[in-house]
Design a protein around this ligand. Structure first.
Ligand code: FAD
Ligand code: NAD
Length: 404
């Protein structure tokens, strides 16, 4: 009898967690597990702000997928998914088509630009490790060019970060540490550099604990970061961004670098897949299946689940993506063995937001943390995710142990 095929799309936190848990529990003859990912490597999306600022090398942020899979049990195919058709049960990639008995869609996030003119063309985004490397090199190019120019254009040294959510704040924390290094490296006087965060909402890290937010803002301001709050970006051009400061009041900020970190959506391939979705996110059933499709699971940032306590979606995080991967693997195995699937309930341990490698804020098991304690916790969280996927070997190779 033909073995069932489990096709997993995307080797981010959700996809890898699914595959690693499948390979732990399935025998070689129980199913054919096929993992498709665009690159031969996985990158830690949660470290992209470090690669973008240049405080961590792109190499440190990624690792070979084959180093964490058991090739006796999982077939890895490096390919770019181009289309998903859940009605025909076909996935098309740049190297061929695949069919499946069970499909796991874990293709991750894309930056959300809300249709704001010019952002797609002129702003950079921490969308993946290549895009993060481009941000780092773009900033270095601006510093190098300023240094060389006869008639100096100081706006080259202005970096605008759009959005003061967790991604924007973590990037600002790294830039706070990186800019002094760049000034030294490129002979740029520190007072010429401007790093400005523009946030639409009336506060930084909207919805997060006010004391921790206050701490974060004061620490970032001490590193020279400026904030413009309650002033949405309404347009980006080749020269910079236009921000709305009042009913009819706008300010144009000339900037050599604009990084857009103001929200995410699911992977747009979902929109033409035949699965009902909102901004490419699928409101999954309790067992993580796509509504109406008993053979399709969606995990990670492409999935949407409502937190009934607050009647709002759970935020798309790596923490939840990894837990969903684990549950998805359990549920597929249950179906293969003719058992009932289980309900996914996120086990939220808290949130930690780094402010550079030496500082952070966090709310962990309801306890507020700041400074070195929070920073230690952030590194432990980062190491834990490596451990869960690749065990001790991967943790030692890629982990963060600079606790001083
Ligand atoms: P991803 O991790 O995005 O993985 C998707 C995978 O699919 C990638 O390997 C990608 O290459 C692949 N892929 C995409 N398109 C295709 C295609 N067409 N064909 C083939 N392969 C494809 N969350 C936390 O919990 N804690 C944090 O500290 C944290 N920090 C963050 C910091 C930053 C700067 C950012 C941007 C996000 C952070 N997040 C954090 C959120 C977290 O990164 C995401 O929630 C998480 O990455 C989602 O996991 P995923 O598996 O859904 O997708
Ligand atoms: P987000 O949606 O959490 O924050 C985006 C911010 O951009 C918001 O504050 C929003 O008000 C602002 N914004 C929206 N439109 C704007 C505009 N036109 N002009 C200026 N500001 C605008 O998005 P994110 O920060 O990219 O985070 C995405 C997900 O990843 C979240 O779920 C987050 O929790 C998670 N994440 C977690 C961590 C962590 O745990 N350390 C780090 C990064 C990201």
């Amino acid at each position: 009898m033909k073995r069932p095929t489990i096709l997993v799309l995307g080797a981010g936190y959700g996809g890898l967690s699914t595959v690693v848990n499948l390979q732990k529990s399935l025998g070689t003859d129980e199913a054919d597990v096929v993992l498709i990912n665009k690159n031969e490597y996985h990158y830690e999306s949660t470290w992209l702000h470090e690669a973008a600022a240049g405080t961590l090398s792109p190499e440190q942020v990624r690792y070979d997928i084959k180093s964490v899979i058991n090739e006796q049990k999982v077939k890895f195919i490096q390919a770019e998914v181009q289309a998903i058709d859940v009605n025909e049960k076909v996935v098309t990639t740049n190297v061929g088509t695949h069919t499946y008995d069970y499909l796991v869609v874990s293709l991750g996030f894309e930056g959300e630009t809300f249709g704001i003119p010019g952002l797609d063309k002129y702003a950079l985004a921490m969308a993946n490790v290549k895009a993060a490397r481009q941000i780092r090199e773009h900033i270095e190019y601006q510093f190098a060019t300023w240094s060389l120019e006869e008639e100096k254009d100081d706006s080259r040294l202005t970096i605008v970060v759009g959005g003061a959510g967790f991604s924007g704040i973590e990037l600002l924390g790294e830039l706070g540490n990186r800019v002094p290094e760049l000034c030294k490296e490129f002979d740029v006087p520190a007072e010429k550099v401007r790093v400005l965060c523009v946030e639409a909402a009336p506060m930084v890290l909207p919805g997060f604990d006010p004391d921790l937010v206050k701490y974060a803002v004061s620490r970032l301001e001490a590193k020279g970061i400026e904030f413009s709050i309650g002033t949405p970006v309404v347009e980006a051009t080749e020269e910079g961004v236009n921000i709305k400061k009042g009913d009819d009041e706008f300010e144009f900020i000339k900037a050599g670098t604009v990084v857009w970190a103001a929200g995410v959506r699911g992977n747009r391939l979902i929109e033409s897949s035949g699965i009902e979705n909102m901004r490419a996110r699928v409101k999954v059933d309790k067992d993580l299946r796509a509504p109406g499709f008993s053979d399709v699971f969606v995990v990670g940032d492409c999935a949407l689940m409502i937190n009934e306590e607050v009647n709002r979606p759970f935020p798309p995080t790596a923490q939840i993506a990894m837990q969903q991967g684990e549950m998805c693997a359990k549920n597929i195995i249950a179906l293969l063995q003719g058992r009932a699937t289980a309900t996914f309930v996120p086990d939220l341990k808290g949130s930690v937001c780094s402010l550079g490698e030496d500082d952070a804020i966090g709310l962990v098991f309801g306890k507020k943390l700041t400074g070195s304690k929070a920073s230690f916790m952030k590194k432990m969280v980062d190491n834990r995710s490596l451990f869960m996927i690749g065990g001790l070997g991967l943790t030692i190779k890629k982990g963060k142990f600079n606790f001083l």
